[in-house]
Structure formats: C-alpha cells, structure tokens
Design a protein around this ligand. Structure first.
Ligand code: OAD
Ligand code: ZN
Length: 321
C-alpha cells in the first residue's frame, strides 16, 4: 500500500491541498450506520417503520403526509454520543498543516466539526441537524427544543402555524444548500488532489463531483468498495480498505501518527460525555444565526413547550442524549 500511496504522499509533501468528498462510511467507525451496506446499513433495517420504500423516510413529499417514520429514526440519528474517528482527525491535521482545501460531506453527523475542522472548510452538502425550521412558515426552532420534542415522542410542530418542524437536512425532493453550489463553483477548477472516502457515490448531484474534476487532478479513493468512475483514469489511486486504517497509514507516512493518536484519544474522552456534543451544537447554532444576521431567534414560547430555558436545560440533562 505504501508504494500505491506514494504519489499522494509526494503531492502533500509538495504542499498541494486536498479536497475531500465523504459519506457515511467515514463515520461507521464511530458507531453510526451507513445507508447501503448490506445487513448493517440503515436502509436494510427500516422494516419497523412500514415504509413504501426505504428512502421514503427522507422524502419531503412523504414527510409532509407522514413525518412519524422520520422522527422515529431521528432519535437514533440525532448527534449524540458519537466521537469523531481517526479519519476525521486526519482531516483536522490536514487543516493544521495548511493542506486542506475543503471537505464536501454528505454526512449530517457534524463529526468533522467536533474533530476541530473549521466551518469555512466544511460543506455539508446534505445539510445538518444544527438548525431546524417549520416547513410552512420557515420559522427557526432551536436544536434544544427539537431534541426535547423528539425525546418526548411528539411530532414536532410549529408554535405559530402548527406546521411540521424539520431539521435542515436535505431530503429527496429538496435542493441542496446554496452554500454547496456557491463554493463548488469556486473550487471545481482548482482541485489538485481529491480524496473520496466512505461513500457509495449514488446520490446526485454529489455523486458527480469526482468525475467532473479536471483530468490533471490526482484522485484517490479510500473505501471498502470501488465506486463511481474512480480507478478509470490512469493517475487514480484506489485503496480498498477501512477509512480509519487509511488515516493511520497516511499519517504514519507523513510523520503525523502521534498527533493522530493523541487527537483521537482526546476525542474519545471528550465526546463520551453527551453535554460536550450538546455544547458544540449550540455553538454552531448561535454562529449560524449570527452569520444570518439574526440575533437570538427562538425566544418565543411554544404553547406545548412553555418551560423556561432553565427547565429545558434540566430536562435535556436528564434525557442524556
Ligand atoms: P452509503 O451507505 O450509500 O455508502 C457508504 C460507503 O462507504 C459504501 O461504499 C461502503 O462500502 C463504504 N464504507 C462503509 N464503512 C466504511 C469504512 N469504515 N471504511 C471504508 N469504507 C466504508 O452512504 P453515502 O454514500 O454517504 O442522503 O450515502 C449518500 C446519501 O444517501 C446520504 O447522504 C443520504 C442517503 O440517502 C440523504 O438522505 C439525502
Ligand atoms: Zn410555522
């Protein structure tokens, strides 16, 4: 494998930046299931939800009719006691070494953020749980309130118009966030090294990104299986393995092994405690609101959820998400 990775190691040593394209497979090491792996993937384990087809759980038209299956699943999917993997910490080290161009991720688990990758490097192409809003009047709802409603097994509804509340994750039938398109327009002609990892490249438009890269780009696939058109170009590097193993190997080849181990161990310790994730989510929520020029939005009291903020905190602590 070392000789296979040599062109990548050389590129990094000559200060070329890496643009990552990732999916659920980079987080399976954290204990979060991916979607399409046979047996363990989410889509083969949805029988209990009685769906017409597995993807319906993330379909906006289906959600408008019947949001319950999504909320049943949301309890499991909500960022909780999951710590970043070694792969996520490799991304952080790339950032520290000034070798990171961008991380385009389909994941909604915010593990890149928890690993310390900065907001300006992250494009969450399918959104995230960091913000939520009413599907009718679009009013924002804080992550705390949403969490409480989900835990109480109530379908979260808007205090103003009774519309269903949905986290800002991209459902089938919805457009990707504008930030995705704006940033990709800037980045697309300027990617020298691409690393595709943990994705089956089945969902468009994301799946088309690696194949649209310039022919001069060094493309690397680190995944359990071959995907997309990776491997079809002469310069492509394909390593079929676990992404954490890939992270360890690359870190070793570049002299970053100790840092990787250290960050990973710290992460395991820190994010084993639920409130650490909670705090991080809140920071992200506040930051996004500041960026949008909105001050504390969610001050209103909903009819169903009129506890004061202190009461809510207590409740969340008790629930230990
Ligand atoms: P998939 O489940 O489709 O693909 C995961 C890929 O990662 C597969 O190729 C696995 O073999 C591989 N894999 C799993 N664990 C791995 C590991 N530890 N190391 C290396 N490879 C591993 O997940 P995505 O491609 O992310 O969209 O799915 C794309 C989109 O489909 C999701 O964002 C979601 C879903 O429907 C929406 O909900 C809109
Ligand atoms: Zn509303």
């Amino acid at each position: 494998m070392e000789s296979k990775l040599a062109p990548l190691v050389d590129a990094l040593k000559s200060k070329k930046k890496v643009c990552l394209f990732t999916g659920a497979g980079v987080s399976t090491g954290a204990g979060i299931p991916d979607f399409r792996s046979p047996d363990t993937g989410l889509y083969s384990n949805l029988a209990k939800l009685n769906l017409p087809y597995a993807e319906a759980v993330f379909d906006i038209d289906f959600f408008k009719e019947n949001p319950k299956p999504f909320y049943t699943l949301a309890e499991e999917l909500f960022p909780g006691n999951y710590a970043p993997t070694k792969f996520h910490y490799l991304v952080r080290i790339l950032q520290e070494q000034n070798l990171l161009k961008r991380v385009y991720t389909q994941n909604i688990d915010i593990l890149d953020r928890l690993a310390g990758v900065k907001d300006n490097f992250i494009i969450e192409a399918h959104g995230s749980f960091a913000t939520s809003r009413c599907i009718h009047c679009k009013k924002e709802v804080s992550i705390k309130k949403l969490k409480v409603m989900i835990k109480e097994k109530k379908v979260p509804t808007c205090a103003h118009c009774k519309g269903y509340i949905k986290p800002d994750i991209t459902f089938y039938g919805e457009g990707l966030p504008s930030k995705f398109f704006e940033t990709w327009d800037k980045d697309r002609d300027d990617v020298e090294v691409a690393l595709v990892s943990g994705t089956s490249l089945t969902v468009y438009p994301f799946a088309s990104l690696p194949s649209s890269l310039d022919k001069t780009c060094l493309r690397v696939l680190a995944n359990r299986e071959k995907v997309g058109d990776l491997g079809r170009r002469k310069k492509d590097i394909v390593v079929l393995l676990d992404c954490d193993e890939f992270a360890e190997t690359l870190a070793d080849l570049l002299g970053w092994k100790d840092d990787l181990e250290k960050y990973y161990k710290e992460g395991q310790k820190k994010y084993g405690k639920s409130h650490a994730v909670e705090d991080e989510l809140e920071k992200i929520d506040e930051k996004l609101k500041r960026e949008a020029g909105v001050e504390k939005v969610d001050k209103d009291r909903s009819a169903d959820h009129s506890e004061d903020e202190e009461g809510l905190d207590e409740l969340i602590n008790k629930l230990k998400i």
